[in-house]
Design a protein around this ligand. Structure first.
Ligand code: TYM
Length: 376
């Protein structure tokens, strides 16, 4: 087999993530920049620490992050912008960029615009009705609120509800994006519905909204997983033509599914942990997860297991063990064969059960506060 054939194929678009992702290659393909040590040092100097997701290079890629920090240090505060396509309940993969966004809000005192693209999910999903997408905007907003964002600094914008604010901006973007650009970036063809073709201009709008509201240019930083970058590639070409700053971006990797490999995806519920899963049901999913273990106990005791390919280890790494020393111990016990996969899964399942119980309590309490976050 030639070297080229041996390379695994992967796809990353806002609507599809498939295969084992080569993130170095993706940086090249998308034309983003890595987050280098100089940037990490600057963030650490301002924030007083580095979030584990930065330290571990889960947030690994950026556009204009240096510029955002320059503006910040010149006393020009930025706003944060991120979002969710409300097609179902929130899963742990979605939470990851939001947890990080909250950290930036706390450390940099940044206001957040959080967009719920109910229009997107209605237009892109054959089986989702508009009332369902609208309902999930509110359900998903409960997860955002449960993470502890500051109500005075956070606005949840729902496309179909706040269209009056977004539409005048979106059409200015749309007028400058041709069908051939949309086809080249998103892979649309003549059978794509016209709502989907227009949609990217709706996702661009919140990057400009803070400037429109302030009546002056406001820098904007967008934390998201790398799958959303194509939208902002288009937006960054158009926004300067309207007289605004290009939005800056900071991208994370995709949290894998419990089956390993591809991203955690709502379309395969058995290997996806939703924030609304009963803690016991979530535990069961973890106990059935794909690991890097050997085929027999004897072999594993002898040769150890491989955390590099293990979905359980990646959950510790991405979300559930932020203490580097403890993570190192898990890795060492795994590689040496002194801990077997059952024990390791059980430990993760217990952490997950606790996390879900606490999150669900905060999610329930968020129901009374939802109007503090969603403007009229
Ligand atoms: P959506 O709903 O697909 O995803 C919401 C956020 O979660 C990220 N994400 C993941 N991160 C890590 N691991 C995963 N397995 C994983 N799956 C999804 C996404 O990158 C996203 O940050 N069109 C968008 C909604 C949107 C948006 C935005 C997102 C509107 N404006 C601005 C980011 C920034 C969407 O459908 O996201």
């Amino acid at each position: 087999m030639s070297e080229q054939n041996k390379e695994e194929k992967f796809t990353v678009t806002p609507w599809e993530v498939k295969g084992k992702i080569d993130y170095d290659k993706l940086i090249q393909q998308f034309g983003t920049q890595e987050i280098d040590d100089a940037l990490l040092r600057r963030i650490s100097a301002i924030a007083g620490e580095l979030h584990p997701l930065l330290r571990r290079k889960v947030f690994f890629s950026q556009r204009d992050l240096k510029w955002i920090l320059d503006r910040y240090e010149a006393n020009e505060k930025f706003v944060l912008y991120t979002g969710r396509g409300p097609s179902g309940h929130t899963h742990l993969g979605h939470l990851m960029p939001w947890i990080f966004t909250k950290w930036i809000q706390d450390k940099f005192g940044a206001p957040l615009y959080f967009q719920m693209t109910d229009d997107e999910k209605f237009m892109f999903k054959d089986t989702l009705s508009l009332p369902e997408a609208q309902k999930f905007s509110y359900e998903n907003a409960l997860d955002v609120i449960a993470l502890g964002f500051d109500p005075k600094k956070t606005k949840v914008i729902i496309d179909t509800k706040h269209i009056g604010k977004l539409y005048p901006i979106a059409i200015q973007v749309a007028k400058r994006v041709t069908f051939s650009t949309a086809k080249a970036v998103f892979g649309f063809d003549n059978s794509t519905n016209i709502g989907s073709i227009f949609f990217t201009s709706m996702q661009a709008a919140p990057a400009i909204l803070p400037s429109v509201e302030a009546g002056r240019n406001v820098p904007c930083l967008i934390p998201c997983a790398i799958d959303q970058d194509p939208h902002f590639r288009v937006a960054r070409d158009v926004v300067p033509l309207l007289g605004y700053y290009k939005p800056a971006l900071i991208h994370c990797k995709m949290l894998p599914s419990l089956a390993g490999g591809d991203k955690m995806s709502a379309s395969i519920p058995q290997t996806t942990i939703f924030t609304t899963d009963a803690p016991k049901a979530a535990k069961k999913k973890v106990m059935g997860a794909f690991t890097g273990g050997a085929t027999t106990v004897e072999e594993q005791r002898r040769n150890g297991a491989n955390p590099d390919v293990c979905s359980v280890f990646s959950y510790y790494y991405y979300l559930f063990e932020y203490d580097d020393k403890k993570l190192g111990e898990i890795e060492q016990k795994c590689r040496s064969g002194s801990m077997l996969c059952g024990e390791c899964k059980m430990m993760l399942a217990e952490k997950l059960e606790k996390f879900l119980a606490a999150h669900q309590e905060r999610r329930e309490a968020a129901k009374d506060r939802i109007n503090d976050f969603i403007p009229e």
